[in-house]
Design a protein around this ligand. Structure first.
Ligand code: NAD
Length: 249
C-alpha cells in the first residue's frame, strides 16, 4: 500500500506505535521511528525489527511537546528520504484518577504531551506537506473522545482536543492534498493498559460487541490504510477501532 512512501511514527518504542511502524514498513514504506530519549533502547528495537523485515528504518529521539525537536524530526525525514508522505502522531500518556483526585501537575503533563504535542507535530508536518503537495496524517486519539470516560478525565479531555485539531486541519488543508484523520482505539493490550487490573479490563470490555482486548496490530491495520491512497476520499474522520464499544452505548 505504501511503496516509495516515507514518513514517521511518534511514540514508536512500544505498544500501538511499534505495531504501526512495523505494519507501515511491511507495506513497503520507509519509516522514521521516534520516541523520547529515555525510550531509545526500546525504539531502536522497533527499528531493528523493521530492518529484519527488510525495510529501511531509523530512530530519532524527540519529545513531541518540544517544537524545535519536531521541526528537526520532519527535517530528518526529508533529508533522508526527500519528502514526508505520511505521519502517525501516536505518542501519548494517560494518568488514572477521578477528576477530583487529579493533580494540576498531572493534568498539565497530559495536556503537554497529548494535545500540545499533537498540535506541534502537525504544525511542522503541514509546513512540509504543503511544500510536497500533499500527504496523510493520522493522529491517535481514543474512544474516550466519543463518550465520557470515568477515571481518565484529563486524558479524555486531551483526546477530545485531538479530534478538534484533526477535523479543523482536515477542513483547512483538504484542497492542498493533505488528509488528516484520527483513530480512536478502545482498550488495546499495551504497556499503557497491562497495568490495569483484570477486573478493570473486563469492565472496559463489557460494552464491546467483540469481547476481547484489542491488539496493537488491530490499530496498525487501520492506520496503514488511512496513511495509504486506499483511503483517498477519507479525511476529518474519527475512526473507532474499539470492537463496537461506542456503537453499543
Ligand atoms: N492502549 C490503549 O488501550 C489505548 C487506547 C486508546 C488510545 N491509546 C493511545 O495510543 C497511543 C499509544 O499508546 P500505547 O497504548 O501504545 O502506550 P505505550 O505507553 O506503549 O506507548 C506510548 C509511547 O509514547 C511515548 N511518549 C510518551 N511521552 C512522549 C513524549 N513527550 N514525546 C515522545 N514520545 C512520548 C512513550 O515513551 C511510549 O513509547 C497513545 O496516544 C494512547 O493514548 C491507547
Amino acid at each position: 500500500m505504501l511503496r516509495d512512501k516515507a514518513g514517521l511514527v511518534t511514540g514508536a518504542a512500544s505498544g500501538i506505535g511499534r505495531a504501526c511502524a512495523l505494519r507501515l514498513a511491511t507495506e513497503d514504506a520507509a519509516v522514521v521511528v521516534s520516541d523520547l530519549e529515555s525510550a531509545r533502547d526500546r525504539c531502536q528495537q522497533t527499528a531493528r525489527e523493521i530492518a529484519q523485515a527488510g525495510g529501511p528504518a531509523e530512530f530519532v529521539a524527540c519529545d513531541v511537546a518540544d517544537e524545535q525537536e519536531q521541526q528537526d524530526l520532519v527535517d530528518h525525514v526529508v533529508r533522508t528520504y526527500g519528502r514526508l508522505d505520511f505521519a502517525h502522531n501516536n505518542a501519548g500518556i494517560g494518568p488514572h484518577a477521578l477528576l477530583a483526585d487529579t493533580s494540576a501537575e498531572d493534568f498539565d503533563r497530559t495536556v503537554r504531551v497529548n494535545l500540545r504535542g499533537t498540535f506541534l507535530v502537525m504544525k511542522h508536518q503541514f509546513r512540509q506537506m504543503l511544500r510536497d503537495g500533499g500527504g496523510s496524517i493520522v493522529n491517535t486519539s481514543s474512544n474516550a473522545c466519543l463518550r465520557g470516560a470515568p477515571q481518565i478525565g484529563a486524558y479524555a479531555a486531551t483526546k477530545h482536543g485531538v479530534i478538534g485539531l484533526t477535523s479543523t486541519a482536515a477542513v483547512e488543508y483538504g484542497e492542498q492534498g493533505i488528509r488528516v484523520n484520527a483513530v480512536c482505539p478502545g482498550v488495546i493490550r499495551t504497556p499503557l493498559t497491562t497495568r490495569l487490573s483484570e477486573e478493570r479490563q473486563a469492565e472496559i470490555c463489557a460494552p464491546q460487541a467483540i469481547k476481547r482486548v484489542g491488539e496493537p496490530t488491530d490499530v496498525a491495520a487501520a492506520v496503514a490504510w488511512l496513511c495509504s491512497a486506499g483511503s483517498s476520499f477519507v479525511t476529518g474522520a474519527a475512526m473507532p477501532v474499539d470492537a463496537g464499544s461506542v456503537a453499543g452505548l
